[in-house]
Design a protein around this ligand. Structure first.
Ligand SMILES: N[C@@H](CCC(=O)N[C@@H](CS)C(=O)NCC(=O)O)C(=O)O
Length: 285
């Protein structure tokens, strides 16, 4: 190996925090990054996650990368005005996408499950996915369960009327009761943090935001789920998977829904006329 390549690989490995993986995928013409002052930025990053700041599926990929010690570059897009380059790259029009530059070529991975598996397989050991086929199959199934839970949460905050809202609340209550039977603690599968934990971190974040706005009591009498939720909230990879304004943005997103929830929250806003201007307060109700 030439001195130049060895040095470059060393620097790139430092930057990515994962020498084993990235050394094997570096092409001869890769760009160096100054890890000390960050002054040189690569023309094309090795791993770039195309993201949206609120997306729970994006968070899964960020959590897995963080657990594996892999740095991801991020490109945020506005899902309400998707850029043309994104529509060309993404077969589904959804985030996350992972752009992987390897051997001078670029690959675009889509679907959070595929992205998480790629990061887990190419990152350093230990693997987050269990070796045992039964444990692995269970993990996959519960990750799907997490996606179903996110869909039900979306159903709840989008419910057009009280009846649908209550049906969705019951559906979610049943889902969390099922989890109570399945969770091992301290993590979903016991001592090993895995994909199911990465998938439920963002689910509980939604729940935190919803519960700050309305009293749903979805998990109040579920001791194991409550304990797991606390463990997830404290896990650095989960805490750091969101930006500083995430909570404000998420609450604004939920409040702005043209839905029963939006109506419920809006009706709790008391408008007061004061010296010709209208002031809005959240009622204590
Ligand atoms: N099954 C996909 C779901 C991803 C997903 O639903 N992403 C949402 C944002 S959280 C999205 O991009 N929505 C844009 C759209 O549907 O147009 C995955 O796991 O990656």
């Amino acid at each position: 190996m030439s001195d130049r390549k060895a040095e470059a690989e060393y620097v790139a490995a430092l930057t990515i925090g994962n020498a084993k993986v990235l050394n094997s995928v570096l092409a001869d013409d890769f760009v160096l990054i100054d890890v000390v002052d960050g002054s040189e930025v690569p023309k094309e990053a090795l791993l770039t996650l195309v993201s949206h700041y609120l997306c729970p599926y994006v968070q899964r990929a960020i959590i897995v990368a963080s657990e594996k010690g892999i740095d991801l570059n991020r490109t945020m897009i506005d899902l309400a005005a998707k850029p043309d380059w994104f529509l060309v790259l993404s077969p589904t029009g959804k985030v996350p996408l992972l752009r992987v530059r390897t051997d001078g070529a670029e690959h675009v991975l889509f679907e959070s499950a595929a992205i998480c598996e790629y990061l887990d397989e190419t990152g350093p050991v230990p693997r987050l996915v269990p070796e045992d086929p039964i444990a692995r199959a269970k993990d996959r199934a519960w990750v799907e369960f997490a996606s179903g839970t996110l869909a039900d949460i979306a159903g709840l905050y989008s419910a057009p009327d009280r009846e649908t809202f209550e049906i969705k609340t019951d559906v979610l209550r049943r889902r969390f009761a099922q989890l109570e039977q399945a969770v091992a603690l301290p993590w979903f599968a016991g001592e090993r943090f895995g994909f199911v934990d990465a998938a439920f971190g963002p689910v509980f974040r939604y729940l935190d935001a919803l519960e700050r706005l309305v009293d749903l009591s979805l998990v109040s009498d579920l001791a194991s789920v409550a304990s797991w939720r606390r463990n997830l909230a404290d896990r650095p990879s989960i805490r750091l998977a969101i930006g500083p304004n995430y909570v404000t943005h998420l609450e604004a997103f939920l409040r702005a829904r043209k839905s029963y929830l939006g109506h419920l929250l809006f009706s709790r806003i008391v408008h007061v006329q004061h010296e010709g201007s209208s002031l809005a307060f959240l009622s204590a109700e």
